[in-house]
Design a protein around this ligand. Structure first.
Ligand code: ADP
Length: 629
């Protein structure tokens, strides 16, 4: 009876608990094998009669082991059980619950049953999962970004620093977090600057952006940073977050762009100057020629001036075009086996006027043995001529220029040394750069575009060689040293050109077509002097009408003409009865590879760039092509 009363009491208490609680309340047998009762806010299905299958019915399979282990532990301890696990909710879905159960002990101290309570924590768990997912996402970004990311609290102490920043500081999280800039070894001005910026962000709630150099674990680098407010729920700034990007490379690039731009401007000024220089004497000479009756001497002098200055201008323009062609990889070397002596003799001959003008002494020391190079003789001579010209140019009058060649192993080493103004150590690194002139304009009287050495280096590299400069400094003279591979193979027998020479004796019939009358007529006169029979036409139609009657061997055609242009005229000439026998030569101002290709496609045999080198023209007229004999 007493026991029954006690049970009724217990039942009453249980009921009260069920009513008061917003949770589910249950009773379990002492060993948890039987669920005796489960009632309350039934997010899980109620169970009023004893249920021995509760584990399968309520608990998610993946959490059953955990549940059993926790229960076992609580039974052994006779203490509170606490478990968070997935369960099947009343609607059949899977949810999360948190349960607590306390053991009821009898007089002997044994567990008589358990009273437990289950809270539905599905919503909290889902929020936790979403949060954890978000955190993993942010962590993945922040840990892997090359940028530095960090957060200061309102005391200006770091409360967050990402991996990148810790690495840049060379510190661990523990060493860095909680410190301010000064304590982390920032220079005082730098720390003070950030203090001001943090205050500004807090006061204005506006971002602050800046750039600053910093000496970190990766050396001195340049950083661009953005500080933004972290706004709390109340609308107040609760922290200041920052991201910083290493912009060292971009800065360097900007620097080199600015530098390149400056050099381009300088170059244009120099180019204008260089092109104007020869124009003045040409204009004077023309004036002389126009003046009433020039005497024989004047006439010759004027002619020589024009010849010399035009030659100079042509060389300038050729150099310019060479540079662009080499830069675009469009230079084809006419490689052959060539004697070192020939290359050097040609260079010395070409540089002789400059050396004589400077009143310099030239010493040439080339081995007597026949040494051969594999390469383009004209281009190689051009390089050495350039070095000799520079030596003459950058040496005060009366200096000594020494050209010495020797064999070292399987390399030929040629050095050009002068006793001139020399090159400072800083400038040495730059002399081979395009458009670089390392002596300021007014320090010397000489001129140049800063192309020669850049061109020389590119040409030498195309020949698998290298070029370097030595100088003890300003006023100590300079030495340029070219190293080239020695040609390996035995000499090739010389081609017999007998037939071509015979052909050269016959008089050629040449038609010149150019809408520029002066250009057409002067070229015609030149060809007549070269024993050609010449006919001149000033437009396409005139040329087409004349071609049958005149029966030219060769037609020299300007490309840019009004009405019918050179390409069209070439196609039409090819279509005439004798068209296939004609040698068609394009004369244009455009010398790029694609211009040549276009001319070839239109049916031209040759493409020559204006102003045409008279020797080259003579070769084309004689042999029908420009290839060197
Ligand atoms: P340029 O002579 O047309 O200016 P280069 O490319 O040939 O161009 O040379 C570049 C610069 O190198 C020159 O402007 C000059 O300052 C320097 N330089 C070249 N050769 C010598 C030399 N032999 N002695 C001293 N300086 C030289």
């Amino acid at each position: 009876m007493y026991a029954e009363q006690a049970l009724a009491e217990s039942e009453k208490r249980f009921r009260a608990l069920v009513t008061a609680s917003s949770d589910v309340v249950y009773r379990m047998s002492a060993d948890f094998s039987e669920l005796r009762q489960l009632e309350g806010h039934l997010f899980v299905a109620a169970s009023r009669s004893p249920n021995r299958n509760w584990l399968e019915e309520y608990i998610h399979p993946d959490d059953r082991d955990l549940a059993q282990a926790t229960i076992h532990d609580a039974i052994v301890r006779k203490g509170m059980l606490e478990l968070e696990c997935r369960v099947f909710l009343a609607d059949g879905s899977v949810g999360w619950t948190h349960t607590r159960a306390v053991p009821m002990l009898d007089a002997a101290g044994e567990i008589s049953e358990w009273i437990g309570m289950v809270t539905n924590v599905t919503a909290r768990k889902q929020a936790e999962h979403a949060l954890a997912y978000q955190r993993r996402m942010y962590e993945a970004i922040l840990t892997n970004t090359p940028d530095l990311a960090y957060v200061w609290n309102l005391d200006h102490r770091f409360i967050y620093a990402n991996e990148g920043l810790l690495r840049m500081w060379g510190r661990t999280w523990e060493e860095a977090i909680g410190k301010n800039c000064l304590e982390l070894g920032y220079e005082p001005w730098h720390a003070a600057m950030h203090d001001r910026e943090i205050d500004q962000v807090v006061a204005t709630k506006q971002p602050v952006r800046g750039e600053v150099p910093f000496n970190g674990a990766f050396g001195r680098r340049h950083y661009d940073y953005l500080l933004v407010p972290v706004i709390g729920a109340s609308g107040e700034v609760e922290a200041v977050a920052g991201t910083t990007r290493d912009v060292t490379e971009r800065k360097q690039l900007e620097g080199s762009l600015i530098d390149a731009d400056r050099r381009k401007d300088e170059f244009l000024a120099t180019l204008a100057h260089e092109l104007r220089n020869p124009l003045a004497p040409i204009r004077n000479a023309v004036h002389l020629l126009k003046s009433g009756d020039p005497t024989g001497d004047n006439l010759r002098a004027a002619r020589e001036i024009i010849d010399r200055q035009v030659h100079h201008m042509v060389r300038l323009v050729d150099d310019l075009m060479d540079v662009s062609r080499i830069t675009l990889g469009q230079v084809n070397l006419r490689n052959e086996r060539v004697g070192l002596r020939r290359v050097i003799e040609d260079a010395v001959e070409a540089a002789a006027p400059a050396i004589e003008a400077g009143n310099h002494r030239l010493v040439v020391d080339v081995p007597a043995a026949a040494l051969h190079l594999e390469g383009d003789a004209t281009r190689l001579s051009q390089v050495f001529q350039n070095l000799l010209d520079n030596a003459a140019k950058y040496t005060p009058p009366g200096g000594t220029i020494t050209l010495r060649a020797e064999l070292r192993g399987d390399r030929i080493v040629v050095s050009v040394r002068d006793t001139g103004i020399g090159i400072t150590p800083e400038a040495k690194a730059r002399v081979f750069e395009l458009f670089t002139r390392v002596h300021p304009n007014d320090s010397i009287k000489t001129s140049g575009l800063g192309i020669g050495l850049s061109l020389a280096r590119k040409l030498i590299e195309l020949h698998m060689g290298d070029i370097e400069v030595r100088s003890e400094g300003a006023g100590m003279g300079s030495e340029f040293i070219v190293t080239l591979p020695l040609a390996a193979a035995a000499p090739v027998p010389k081609l017999d050109l007998g037939n071509s020479r015979v052909a050269a004796d016959t008089r050629r019939r040449v038609m010149v077509v150019d809408d520029n009358r002066d250009a057409a007529e002067s070229l015609g006169m030149l060809l007549e002097m070269d024993h050609c029979i010449v006919s001149v036409a000033f437009d396409g139609l005139q040329a087409l009408t004349a071609v049958d009657e005149f029966r030219p061997d060769i037609v020299l055609l300007d490309i840019g003409m009004p009405g019918m242009d050179g390409y069209e005229l070439a196609r039409r000439m090819r279509a005439t009865p004798r068209g296939t026998e004609l040698v068609l030569v394009a004369l244009t101002g455009w010398g790029q590879a694609e211009d040549k290709q276009r001319a070839m496609d239109a049916g031209f045999n040759e493409h020559l760039t204006k102003p045409v080198d008279p020797d080259l023209l003579a070769r084309v007229i004689t042999f029908g092509h420009s290839a060197a004999a």
